[in-house]
Write a protein that binds this ligand. Structure first.
Ligand SMILES: Cc1ncc(COP(=O)(O)O)c(C=O)c1O
Length: 420
């Protein structure tokens, strides 16, 4: 469709137009995408992200406790901030290399040696301006319009939207929820793949479920991918947030340098650095020049002085991470003790990450429930439908917060459940 001046219009195709009368003008503005302008239609028509929308809504309301986002409320620790401040004071404010500071790349290889006991050559480790960016670089380097990507769900909705941006054909491969626990049936996963499958996307540990993929399953998936020439993209940003071991298994531990494998990681979660926008990507042997090009033409280089903070995080960050995990383990125990007092709540403790992904019996519309929790109980949680179709009916409750705030939030949530 074109308007009077010949500008191509996509208004009629825009399925995101939302006329919910209870929306604030700000919310409505976010739903009207490119009206009257000739944007690329698949960008105008990205699928709605109800979690992001409710998160914004919760933040507009005074007194609402938000545990809908994937971050804690403690700032980045002092030793990391000082390293970046020092870099700033020394004038480290210039453009850097597209794949990041060589010292930080080398530090990453030492980190993998120390924590995972693997030898990763520096030409496979690329610093990126966030884990999100690492994912996007991987996708940009691989996906042609219409390529099938099989995504194991539930999954953080942004990753599905990243796939939409590169015009992948998304196949959701849902995990099973049995007796309160999530598990991956490999036969179902492989049955979701076809000869058009370009990549399999797995998040392990999972946001939102906290499920951790064990090495035997990783090996089976790697064998399958090798046999069929399929790429694996493993999002491992929660890999250090494990409660029963030093780290979750990584595909890097079982793969060869020439496997079609990308692993995505970040500094955001383990070292409380969400606002720093730094992550990293590990690619196969030979991917360095490709990722260098994609990064260079996208953003030239990751932020310079932030990388000095990241270096401090890798070198000195273990005690801080262990402190966080102790706090979160206590929070998790407290939270699940509270949940156990009402048998309408169906959930088991996660093995990793900092989310409870729970179901409340009788609540099947997660967006409506999340909205009610904000309006009537002043607590904001993420609706399960933000994590793929199989997430509907669930709520994601982040417990990476201070104990007093968590106790207040749980009190409000339990009141809502008890009132059902
Ligand atoms: C599974 C997963 N991957 C990637 C990211 C991206 O994190 P960042 O862009 O802060 O590095 C997140 C953030 O919540 C996430 O949950």
């Amino acid at each position: 469709m074109r308007n009077a001046s010949g500008v191509k219009m996509n208004i009629q195709n825009n399925t995101n137009m939302n006329t919910d009368p209870s929306q604030t003008p700000g919310e409505m503005a976010n739903d009207v995408k490119g009206e009257g302008l000739d944007y690329r239609s698949h960008i105008q028509n990205l699928s709605p992200n109800p979690g992001a929308k409710l998160l914004r809504y919760g933040k507009t309301k005074e007194g609402v406790i938000s545990l809908a986002q994937g971050e804690g409320d403690a700032p980045t620790p002092e030793f990391i901030r000082s390293a970046a401040i020092q870099a700033l004071q020394e004038g480290k404010t210039f453009y850097g290399m597209p794949l990041g500071l060589m010292e930080l790349r080398e530090e990453l290889t030492q980190y993998y040696k120390r924590i995972y006991e693997i030898d990763l050559p520096v030409n496979r480790a690329y610093v990126t301006s966030s884990g999100s960016k690492a994912m996007n670089l991987a996708l940009q380097s691989l996906i042609e319009k219409g390529d099938e990507v099989v995504a194991v769900t539930p999954i953080w909705k942004n990753l599905l939207n990243c796939l939409e941006v590169v015009e992948a054909n998304i196949i959701e491969s849902p995990m099973d929820f049995i007796d309160g626990k999530w598990s991956l049936d490999l036969d179902k996963l492989f049955a979701s793949c076809t000869d058009k499958t370009r990549a399999i996307l797995i998040t392990t540990p999972s946001n939102p479920t906290g499920w951790v993929m064990e090495k035997d399953q990783m090996q089976a998936v790697l064998d399958y991918a090798r046999k069929h020439g399929i790429w694996l993209i493993s999002d491992e940003v929660y890999g250090r947030l494990t409660y029963d071991r030093l780290h979750a298994p990584s595909f890097l531990e079982i793969s060869d340098p020439h496997d079609r494998l990308y692993t995505v990681n970040n500094f955001s979660k383990a070292w409380a650095m969400t606002g720093w926008r730094l992550g990293w990507l590990v690619g196969p042997q030979g991917s360095e020049g490709i990722i260098q090009d994609v990064a260079n033409y996208d953003y030239m280089c990751p932020p310079s002085f932030s990388q000095y903070g990241a270096m401090a995080a890798l070198q000195e960050g273990e005690p801080f991470l262990q402190e966080l995990l102790t706090l979160w383990q206590g929070n998790m125990d407290f939270m699940f003790d509270a949940f156990a007092t009402n048998d309408r709540i169906i959930a088991k403790k996660p093995d990793a990450a900092f989310y409870a992904f729970l179901r409340v019996e009788g609540e099947t519309d997660s967006v409506a429930f999340a909205r009610r929790l904000i309006d009537d109980y002043a607590i904001s949680l993420a609706p399960g439908s933000s994590f793929g179709r199989v997430g509907e009916g669930f709520m994601r409750f982040c417990f990476a917060t201070s104990r007093p705030k968590l106790e207040e939030a749980i009190g409000r949530f339990m009141k809502a459940v008890d009132a059902l």
